[in-house]
Write a protein that binds this ligand. Structure first.
Ligand SMILES: C[S@@+](CC[C@H](N)C(=O)[O-])C[C@H]1O[C@@H](n2cnc3c(N)ncnc32)[C@H](O)[C@@H]1O
Length: 224
């Protein structure tokens, strides 16, 4: 489901809505430093805020900027969309996606894209629901922050284009373990980094948890 950019989005102004500003690059070097403003909502029915994995993935995108110039990028389960917005700022053609049922999340994506003067496409893409528009996506790079508890979307998009997915996730155990999900969906990890190994100190100091960054590709064999 593509969300029409012409739709007017009601901006709900309540004390549950706030904005946060995220800086990239050295602000003393004005040539390529920038910031992204995110609208967050702490309403009880749905949490719409920047998760720590998103901060780490956005920094990784910034540090890998040469890969993103002119690239077609899809962000899965984007929520407040910080990594995708950074990719758009670096010159990518970005489609931000989230659960088709979460209209408030999709509407917020349009608002943050406009707020940052970016032209991201916004699309409902529910993992495991393969409607026609989702098959028309041909991303060069897929981004996903804190979405690896459910790998169906990632499996489909990797299979389609064989290109890397950059994912950030909290390391956890049991059936949410990355090794389990990758084996299940025929994925192969080609890069695995401790999220804190490349974060600037000023950003890392406000984060907690065991955050890892993986680049994965489709491996060609799906285990039942
Ligand atoms: C933990 S949040 C992470 C949000 C954002 N990536 C971040 O890191 O700030 C998980 C996101 O996945 C989305 N999501 C959950 N289930 C989904 C599904 N079945 N299909 C598509 N998106 C889904 C949620 O709406 C939410 O935005």
């Amino acid at each position: 489901m593509e969300v029409d950019d012409g739709d007017e989005v009601a901006v709900e102004s309540t004390d549950m809505t706030t904005t946060s500003r995220h800086h990239f690059g050295d602000s003393s070097d004005t040539s390529d430093a920038f910031f992204i403003t995110i609208i967050e909502s702490m309403k009880e029915e749905y949490g719409l805020f920047v998760w720590p994995c998103s901060v780490v993935l956005a920094e990784y995108v910034w540090q890998q900027k040469s890969r993103f110039l002119g690239a077609t990028v899809v962000e899965l389960g984007a929520g407040t969309s910080l990594p995708g917005l950074v990719a758009a700022k670096l010159g990518s053609d970005v489609t931000l996606t989230d659960d088709s049922e979460r209209l408030e999340v999709l509407a917020n994506m349009k608002r943050v894209s406009r707020l940052n003067n970016l032209k991201c496409k916004v699309m409902g893409l529910t993992w495991g629901v393969w409607d026609a528009p989702s098959f028309d996506l041909h991303p060069k790079i897929i981004l996903g922050a804190d979405v690896f508890y459910e790998a169906r979307g990632i499996y489909f998009l990797s299979l389609k284009n064989g290109k890397p997915c950059c994912l950030c996730f909290q390391k956890c155990s049991g059936h949410h373990l990355i090794e389990f999900l990758m084996m299940k969906w025929g994925l192969k990890c080609v890069k695995l980094l401790d999220g804190f190994s490349f974060m600037p100190f000023c950003k890392a100091s406000s984060l907690s948890g065991n955050i890892q960054l993986a680049e994965i590709v489709y491996n060609g064999e799906q285990v039942s």
